[in-house]
Write a new protein. Structure first.
Length: 118
């Protein structure tokens, strides 16, 4: 059974940084792409970032690529999302996902709340 557990969310002031983690279990982590998505109140879920199984290629939402960085540690079965220069518009529940490619996901985590205050 594949499980994804996000952590690292919380309350941060505008301009601050957070690093989210997503720990995976249940299948060979290093064979699958990983992605981060977010959903703000009243809005649809949106793509944030993705990384290939090897970590040699990444994709970002255009509006976030200058502030967010995705990376992974296959030895720890964990993917990370470093978020800098946060603004209240980044407030959302952040989800990680895993799948065979960066554009297709078959398992999702439960999410972690990120709240950015003014």
């Amino acid at each position: 059974q594949v499980q994804l557990v996000e952590s690292g969310g919380g309350l941060v002031q505008a301009g601050g940084s957070l690093r989210l983690s997503c720990a995976a279990s249940g299948r060979t982590f290093s064979r699958y792409a990983m992605g981060w998505f977010r959903q703000a109140p009243g809005k649809e879920r949106e793509f944030v970032a993705a990384i290939t199984w090897s970590g040699d290629s990444t994709r970002y939402a255009n509006s976030l690529k200058d502030r967010f960085t995705i990376y992974r540690d296959n030895a720890k079965n964990t993917v990370y999302l470093q978020m800098n220069s946060l603004s209240p518009e980044d407030t959302a529940v952040y989800y990680c996902a895993t799948g065979p490619t960066m554009v297709g996901y078959d398992y999702w985590g439960q999410g972690t709340q990120v709240t950015v205050s003014t």
